[in-house]
Design a protein around this ligand. Structure first.
Ligand SMILES: [Fe+2]
Ligand SMILES: [Fe+2]
Length: 256
């Protein structure tokens, strides 16, 4: 069923896109025939040992990001300002858990015997610090700060990293990331929409969020540096990663 969301009145639009109905029809397009995030027939590539090792390190760090998103989104439900937001976040929790599941499954496909131990061992300091700060903001029940750190900053960071990585990945990892990117785009849309309305109603919130951005940006950019060292991204594409992230966040009017 196709959904003509643009023909709906603003309130109906919010009901629609924040619904499991909308979510279900969205994911059917790219997950209906997938198993663990990719088509069953996609061939596995023979990765050289060094490239496989580096891919495992990157995927372990994605697992840290996805677990942070899972914990962050589920925590935000408890103090979300309205029922539509709670329902949307419930769809996001399902998405983030799926992302984590397919990434852990990919680690197993790559021969990792104990994913939990590898994730702990390979996690970068900057991403761990980001995760801690995000969960502090959520634990403080600060809606604007939590949704900003989670659905704008973290989502924009993942979106930029996964896009750059997908272009240079083996076929299975690429398909898996492309499916995840589609979900992350929905999550960013929610953050932009919610904060966009809030910022126009209460402009003073912007200064507080700007402060959080100043605090988190260095951790995001450091994480990118660490991931780029492990990915086979051509030198000329490298600066694009940080730029994509900053541009995404700037669309909401947050500059450096
Ligand atoms: Fe995710
Ligand atoms: Fe997400």
């Amino acid at each position: 069923m196709s959904r003509e969301v643009h023909t709906l009145a603003p309130d109906e639009f919010l009901d629609e896109v924040h619904s499991f109905e909308f979510w279900f029809h969205s994911i059917q397009g790219y997950l209906a025939d997938a198993e663990y995030g990719h088509r069953p027939g996609t061939p596995e590539s023979e990765l050289p040992p060094d490239r496989r090792e580096r891919l495992i390190t990157v995927l372990c760090n994605y697992c840290i990001g996805e677990t942070a998103a899972l914990d962050g989104a589920s925590g935000l439900i408890g103090f979300a300002p309205n029922r539509q937001a709670k329902i949307f976040l419930a769809t996001q929790v399902v998405d983030e858990a799926r992302h984590l599941e397919v990434l852990i499954h990919r680690l197993a496909e790559l021969g990792v015997k104990d994913p939990e131990a590898e994730i702990q061992r390979r996690a970068t300091r900057s991403l761990q610090a980001f995760r801690r700060r995000l969960l502090e903001l959520v634990a403080g029940k600060d809606w604007e700060a939590g949704i900003f750190a989670q659905n704008v900053i973290l989502e924009a960071m993942e979106f930029a990293a996964f896009q750059t990585h997908a272009r240079n990945a083996d076929p299975i990892t690429r398909e898996l990331l492309e499916g995840i990117i589609k979900d992350e785009r929905r999550h960013m849309g929610f953050g932009e929409n919610d904060l966009g309305r809030r910022l126009s109603a209460t402009p003073h919130v912007r200064a507080r969020l700007q402060q959080i951005k100043r605090e988190l940006d260095p951790l995001v950019l450091e994480t990118f540096e660490e991931m780029l060292a492990e990915l086979d991204v051509p030198r000329e594409e490298r600066p694009e990663l940080g730029r994509n992230y900053l541009e995404t966040v700037e669309r909401l009017g947050f500059t450096s």
